[in-house]
Ligand binder design. Structure first.
Ligand code: ADP
Length: 469
């Protein structure tokens, strides 16, 4: 592994997850150990106290049954039997003075505590204490108890068992914790790497795409887990980006294509003017044509910009309460003469009022585009009908139906695309932006456009929300 990769490891999520995992694992193990340690030590201490108490009781019964001399003998015998390094037994006067004692050479530094005797006499029950001395590596548990009138027993039991246990425990603790840490790191690293393998796939795919391999997609796992969800979302995003890039490419191709001929025409006119051929009237006509072409170009560019901005959600229409019924009637009135010219019967079935929230200029242009197409693609003698109705779900439907040439199945899925024009319509004037514009307006108003077509004609329906009641 290169030193750069090694240095980057601490910054990786896998590394941090491993450390967290190992930390939590170790903490839990330490808590479990601590609990276990506490249980064992309290049990061992409790057992030492039980042993001391049993010894005290045995001395009490000897005292009652056989008297003080027997107690002295018993003390010597017991200390020798248990071992003079294990136990000491002292008989004391209430003021702490020594009456009799087992061999104290091992326990010589264990003092008699007068304060403990006073407290024991006050509470009238045996008093336990833990004492340590520099001579011993372990602690000594002692008990003071009243054996009879004027006689106190001071018993001490070496807690070397407990000390040995604690030492062994500490050794086991250190070794086990080290082993557990190593295990936790290995398991944690393995689990983190496994969990994050999917993220690695996403990163690698993103890198390949950055290198220009646009068709790459993240391979999907079978699990359907969060990483798979990420991969699905990532792939969907890529599809959408690819679609947009394709759209932009198509648009630039179309712009290049559609702007070329008018610009060439304008250039041709200007060239003729420059070479000085033609009268003043010819020049005027050329200038007028150039202005007309420029206006058409400007309008086309503005429409394109509007569609792109509305599709991208950058431009939002200014919504005001408008009467779309009046707008529809107005549009029909406007196209009446054009229809008559082509001997097309234009009729409309529109209610008195239909309120919606919208931008009146955009809605006018949307309906004008649909009517313009209907008249344009309907042969002489045909008909065009405009109807408007309010649906039960409070949406408005405006339908522009015609008895025209219809749209072939091949063209139908594409007619709303920018610059798309079916082959037969190429003979008609138009830039292929009318329907894209109409759809962008409908969508910007929270609605949409649908189309139904047959060789007998087409029907475009705009569904748009009505104004709230
Ligand atoms: P344009 O009319 O300028 O060509 P549009 O975007 O308005 O562009 O329409 C796109 C295409 O959809 C047209 O070229 C035509 O082929 C088809 N089209 C639109 N409206 C109709 C209609 N009412 N009847 C038949 N074809 C239509």
């Amino acid at each position: 592994m290169s030193s750069k990769r090694l240095r980057s490891i601490p910054r990786t999520l896998a590394f941090r997850l491993t450390i967290w995992y190992a930390g939590i694992f170790l903490f839990s193990a330490a808590v479990a150990f601590g609990f276990f340690y506490y249980l064992i030590t309290t049990t061992l201490r409790g057992r030492t106290d039980q042993d001391l108490l049993a010894e005290v009781r045995s001395f009490s019964s000897v005292m009652v049954l056989q008297g003080v001399e027997a107690v002295k003998r018993q003390a010597l015998l017991d200390s020798q039997a248990a071992g003079e390094k294990k136990i000491f037994i002292q008989l004391l006067y209430p003021d702490g003075r020594l009456f009799s004692s087992s061999n104290m050479s091992y326990f010589r530094n264990i003092p008699v505590s007068s304060a403990a005797i006073v407290r024991m006499l006050e509470q009238d029950e045996p008093l336990f204490a833990t004492v340590s001395s520099p001579d011993h590596s372990h602690e000594i548990r002692v008990v003071y108890a009243l054996l009879g009138p004027g006689l106190i027993i001071h018993l001490g039991l070496s807690m070397d068992d407990l000390t040995h246990f604690i030492e062994a425990f500490q050794r086991i603790f250190v070794v086990t914790m080290a082993a557990l840490f190593a295990l936790a790191v290995v398991i944690g690293w393995f689990m983190a790497r496994r969990a994050l393998a999917g993220v690695g796939n996403v990163t690698r795919t993103a890198r390949r795409i950055a290198d220009g391999r646009w068709a790459e997609r993240v391979p999907l796992g079978k699990g359907g887990d969060e990483i798979d969800q990420l991969a699905i979302t990532f792939n969907r995003m890529l599809d959408r980006i690819q679609e947009l890039v394709k759209g932009i490419k198509e648009m630039t191709d179309n712009i290049a294509h559609d702007l070329k001929s008018p610009i060439t025409r304008i250039r041709g006119q200007a060239e003729i003017a420059l070479t000085g051929g033609g009268s003043a009237t010819d020049l005027e006509n050329m200038a007028a044509t150039a202005v007309e072409e420029c206006d058409r170009l400007l309008e086309m560019i503005n429409t394109m910009l509007f569609i792109s901005r509305t599709d991208a959600g950058v431009t939002q229409p200014v919504l005001k309460e408008i009467d779309i019924a009046a707008v529809a009637r107005g549009a029909c009135g406007l196209f009446q003469s054009l229809a008559e010219e082509k001997k097309i019967a234009l009729t409309w079935d529109v209610p008195e009022h239909a309120e919606m929230r919208g931008d009146i200029r955009l809605v006018q242009r949307m309906l004008a585009n649909l009517l313009d197409n209907a008249i344009k693609y309907t042969p002489e003698g045909g008909w065009v009908k405009v109807s408007l109705r309010l649906n039960p779900d409070r949406s408005l439907s405006v339908t522009v139906q015609d008895s025209g040439v219809g749209i072939s199945e091949k063209d139908l899925p594409h007619i709303f695309e920018r610059f798309y024009r079916s082959d037969p319509s190429r003979s008609q004037a138009g830039a292929g932006l009318g329907l894209s514009f109409a759809r962008a307006v409908a969508r910007a108003h929270g609605g949409d456009i649908t189309v139904e077509s047959s060789p007998a004609g087409s029907a475009f329906t705009v569904n748009i929300p009505a104004a709230p009641a």
